[in-house]
Design a protein around this ligand. Structure first.
Ligand code: DQA
Length: 146
């Protein structure tokens, strides 16, 4: 039961970038939390971050062959990337979209998500806890499939 946790642009700066919005936890902290949660849920993880759209797309393609689920915070690509939506549409497993901030409380341009057209569920405004909550949901949906 392999799950990809994918993070898009600027999330490498998590903990330093706009901490009043995104908090003080770093992406390394998030990865550690996810690894702990995954072990408890019987999931294996591949955790990646990139500022490049094509790398995220390549990891989604890789997940097609190997993974049952994808947890993805596409960063600003959420609001712009038909290419990431298309890649996720070519993936058969569970997809959960994560946003650390409550995007619906923010600027109008963050209210639209291409990725939500494919996601089985969306976490927004739960801070970095959203990632482990998303993993719980992936585990539940994978249990229901078997
Ligand atoms: C984000 C919200 C996006 O609008 C923004 O561009 C990000 C982070 C979030 O986690 O809250 O980079 O996806």
């Amino acid at each position: 039961r392999l799950v990809y946790v994918l993070n898009g642009p600027n999330l490498n700066l998590l903990g330093k970038r706009q901490p009043e919005i995104y908090g003080r936890e770093t992406l390394a902290d998030v990865e550690a939390d996810c690894l702990k949660a995954a072990a408890a849920l019987g999931l294996q993880l591949r955790f990646h971050q990139s500022n490049r759209e094509y790398e995220l797309i390549d990891w989604i393609h890789e997940a097609r062959e190997t993974a049952g689920g994808i947890v993805i915070n596409p960063g600003a690509f959420t609001h712009t990337s038909i290419a990431i939506l298309d890649a996720l549409n070519a993936f058969d497993g569970v997809v959960i979209e994560v946003h650390i901030s409550n995007v619906h409380k923010r600027e109008e341009f963050r209210h639209k998500s291409y990725v939500s057209l494919r996601a089985d569920g969306v976490m927004a405004g739960f801070g970095t806890q959203g990632y482990t909550l998303a993993l719980q949901r992936v585990a539940r949906l994978l249990d229901q499939k078997t």
